[in-house]
Ligand binder design. Structure first.
Ligand SMILES: *Cc1c(COP(=O)(O)O)cnc(C)c1O
Length: 385
């Protein structure tokens, strides 16, 4: 089976992990700090806070932004569950903004309309979570301008987008946001096994996220209520979690980061090959360009129902039977039973639903060979006819 995404682990990665296993620290130690610094430097952000996974990063980010009961978090329906669940963890209410039918990202114009209505109704969001779907940045300048006008905070779910760029800066620079979160799950661009990092230019937000990943405790006398009892002393200043990442994982991440640009270039070469090889087929290929240089986490095509007699389901099943591990990204979050119980219905976000109805993610990962890609295209051509 050719999967839709998978990691590549080199001897250098194995050596880096082995070095940690022979060292004094296994869990959060110097390798975590090195990974955070390397990633922040790569992205041009001031601070990085590494945690157990991107879901945990989104959670501590929402907490650091003071999201709580009575607040609203808005995100895209075309995302993984975590982009919305992080708000629920904080007791906030969730709403969605429909997607742009070309980029499949949150539509900045739809966001502007919804904000205007929300302002009149007195229910503006506290946090908006744009998701850089498939690795392509949202229109962050427009979202950033709306944040200034309406006073909400921006938390980028950049889980797909490490190595991507927006205008003249890497995704993660937080030029138009408060915090940006990356995932290092093995299907993403580079991996730590499990891992996530929150980047920010705000030192206070970074410190708060550092405390929240470790039970809400601090050893910094300046942050304590009263004087420390002695050198052993720590204080819990609020409720946090154990969301630590290990030095083992961070060493893998630093080693992988050295190949990030090469991986993204390879993904672009594969995407250009797909674009050309699929040009005559009844599929809609993902639009790229404009202000964004995508990290190309995914290559989602739409089986164009107007030009193709096969349904998405038939095409999907035929590809799976041919050993092509296609997948579908994403089931619109608001149609999940959990979110339906909050009152959402099919039809609430029609563009995300229409996109989902036709979507299939083709294999896309740096180690995919041209020959494997040809195999995918041959199988797809047969499945479509
Ligand atoms: C993968 C992913 C997450 C969650 O990442 P984990 O590291 O697995 O917690 C969140 N949001 C999006 C859009 C993702 O693709």
């Amino acid at each position: 089976m050719i999967p839709y995404g998978r990691q590549e682990v080199t001897q250098a990665d194995i050596d880096a992990v082995q070095a940690v296993l022979r060292s004094e620290f296994l869990t959060q130690g110097p390798a975590v700090a090195r990974f955070e610094q390397a990633l922040a430097a790569y992205c041009g952000a001031a601070h990085g806070v590494a945690v157990a996974n991107a879901t945990a990063a989104l959670h501590v980010a929402c907490m650091a932004l003071d999201l709580g009961p009575g607040d609203w978090l808005w995100t895209s329906p075309n995302t993984f569950l975590a982009s919305a669940n992080c708000g629920v963890y904080c007791g906030a209410r969730i709403d969605f903004v429909d997607i742009d039918p070309r980029s499949y990202n949150m539509d900045a114009a739809a966001l502007a309309d919804k904000l205007e209505r929300a302002e009149r109704a007195g229910c503006l969001p506290k946090v908006v979570v744009p998701v850089h779907f498939a690795g392509q940045s949202c229109d962050m300048a427009a979202i950033g301008a709306l944040a200034k006008r309406y006073g909400f905070r921006v938390l980028e779910d950049a889980s797909h987008a490490v190595g991507g760029r927006y205008r003249d800066a890497p995704v993660g620079s937080c030029a138009y946001s408060d915090i940006a979160v990356f995932s290092f799950h093995p299907v993403k661009i580079v991996t730590t096994g499990e891992g996530g990092v929150a980047l920010t230019n705000d030192a206070a937000l970074a410190q708060r996220m550092q405390r929240l990943r470790s039970h809400g405790m601090t050893r910094d006398a300046a942050l304590m209520d009263g004087e420390p009892d002695g050198p052993w002393y720590y204080q819990q200043t609020e409720l946090g979690y154990n969301y630590r990442i290990t030095d083992i994982q961070a060493a893998l991440g630093s080693s992988q980061l050295a190949r990030l640009d090469e991986y993204v270039r390879r993904r672009h070469r594969l995407a250009q090959r797909y674009d050309a090889l699929l040009a005559e087929l009844p599929v809609i290929v993902p639009a790229r360009g404009g202000d964004a240089y995508s990290a190309l986490h995914l290559y989602p095509v739409q089986v164009d129902a107007r030009r193709c007699r096969r349904s998405r389901r038939e095409v999907f099943d035929t590809l799976r039977a041919a050993g092509i591990g296609v997948n579908v990204h994403y089931i619109p979050v608001h149609t999940q039973p959990y979110y339906r119980r909050m009152g959402f219905r099919s039809g609430d976000f029609p563009r995300a639903e229409a996109y989902y109805a036709q979507a299939i993610s083709l294999p896309m990962f740096a180690a995919l060979t041209d020959a494997q890609q040809d195999e995918v295209v041959t199988a797809l051509r047969e499945a479509l006819t």
